[in-house]
Design a protein around this ligand. Sequence first.
Ligand code: ADP
Ligand code: MG
Length: 238
Amino acid sequence: MASIALQNIRKSYGNLPVIHGVDVDIEDGEFIVLVGPSGCGKSTLLRMIAGLETISDGRLSIGGRTVNDLPSKERDIAMVFQSYALYPHLTVAENMGFSLKLRGTAKDEIRSRVQSAAKILALESYLDRHPRHLSGGQRQRVAMGRAIVRDPKVFLFDEPLSNLDAKLRVAMRTEIKELHQRLKITTVYVTHDQTEAMTMADRIVVMRDGIVEQIGTPLKIYDRPATTFVAGFIGMPA
Ligand code: ADP
Ligand code: MG
């Protein structure tokens, strides 16, 4: 597990600045929800943490170590996307073990890690199936399983539930939170959904146009919104 520190993080695409100096300290084991309207820079920030996007300026550290120039695969991070991106021709077990296989992990080790992830995610009886024979919720769990088998220090989620119907979304929120309570892996969870933020976060980071408007517990954000934007976004009068 690991703490994450963002210090004056900036990002420009070409000469267009989109992140204008973000400071956030995330504690080891914390569940942080990054929330804000579409286009405010949530995915960009997450991708910088993941090492999938270069950082234009500022310092990013994970577990006390500056990682600005560390390649993604050396960051001990697992990312779950909204499109499940499962391999259709591979079984659930093969999907979950794929990244370990790429790294040359021994077969027995892969099998045992996939087994224990499947147990955590209630996927044990689906290991031999192909993704097309799974429900949306099961596919989402496989996507999480792929992340868990790598035993990451940090979990990053980018709008993982936005392809699911409303009922399933509520169920998956609970599952993701239970998973977090069990594994206590430092998590940064991106959503544009205020309800998701309010119900899942230890602390919420509210973003707007590439800056952080407020950081706080759901209760604090709700009770004492720092700006009219936050108040409006969370759905309360200022
Ligand atoms: P969010 O995830 O909050 O919807 P993004 O991080 O995807 O926001 O985008 C933030 C801003 O950066 C937007 O204005 C978007 O158009 C722009 N942007 C995102 N990715 C790129 C890219 N690869 N090249 C140029 N501009 C981008
Ligand atoms: Mg996004």
